[in-house]
Design a protein around this ligand. Structure first.
Ligand code: MG
Ligand code: MG
Length: 237
């Protein structure tokens, strides 16, 4: 599991560094496949539920599950990359939003707040706490900054399968849900909208966009519950 997550971290880092104006989402997908192959792994998302790409690429008002293709990345775009690498029977799952060129200050704040919400959520992870304490912390950071939390899609357990129990919402009252135990591995992934929280799925049956057309940001790490607290498995060493 650690190895698969380290591979996920390295591949996502390399892919993120390649995102610049003029690159197409199809080019990014090709890099995902190449870098994953170099790690001796397989792109977890390729074919998952019929997903046609190796990586989800969601730009601006696209929240998650964007399909790679001919779209060209432009200055001012915020590009969310979500990927996992399969290796030796395990997968990691990690995401980040990359800012390309000069970005609107409100959107910079959205991206930084989403990253912070993930960090604060992870900081709550330790044995004995309720899962919803993590959820509540994420919601507090996001809504405290004036943004809204996507509710239709949530984090999840991860390991031998991409999506395992339990679900990890990014909202909710504290003190509820399962109690965290050492050895659990969770994908924690706030999806935060600049405007209202509503989302809808496009006719491609994958791409999730904000209903109000305003930007969204997404950060995700795979985290292990340890005896002391949390270990972020998808942090590149
Ligand atoms: Mg993911
Ligand atoms: Mg995930």
């Amino acid at each position: 599991m650690r190895v698969a997550c380290q591979k996920t971290a390295r591949v996502l880092q390399r892919v993120a560094e390649a995102v610049e104006p003029g690159i197409t989402t199809g080019d990014i997908d090709a890099l995902m496949r190449q870098y994953t192959k170099e790690e001796g792994g397989k792109p977890t998302f390729l074919g998952y539920g019929g997903f046609p790409g190796a990586i989800c690429i969601s730009i601006n008002d696209e929240v998650i599950h964007g399909i790679p293709g001919g779209r060209v990345v432009l200055p001012g775009d915020v590009v969310s990359l979500d990927a996992g690498v399969w290796y030796d029977g395990f997968t990691g799952d990690s995401a980040r939003t990359v800012m390309v060129g000069v970005i609107d200050p409100d959107v910079i704040r959205l991206v930084e707040t989403t990253r912070e919400a993930l960090e604060v959520g992870i900081s709550k992870v330790k044995p004995g706490v309720h899962l919803s304490d993590v959820s509540n912390a994420i919601q507090g950071v996001a809504e405290g900054a004036g943004f809204s939390v996507v509710r239709e899609f949530v984090g999840h357990g991860v390991g031998r399968h991409l999506h395992e129990e339990p679900q990890v919402p990014n909202y909710g009252a504290p003190g509820r849900g399962p109690i965290l135990k050492p050895g659990m591995t969770l994908a924690i992934e706030p999806m935060i909208n600049l405007g209202r929280r509503g989302v809808r799925v496009l006719d491609d049956n994958w791409t999730v966009v904000t209903c109000d057309g305003k930007p969204s940001a997404h950060f995700e790490h795979t985290v292990a519950v340890t005896e002391e607290g949390a270990e972020i498995l998808t942090l590149a060493n």
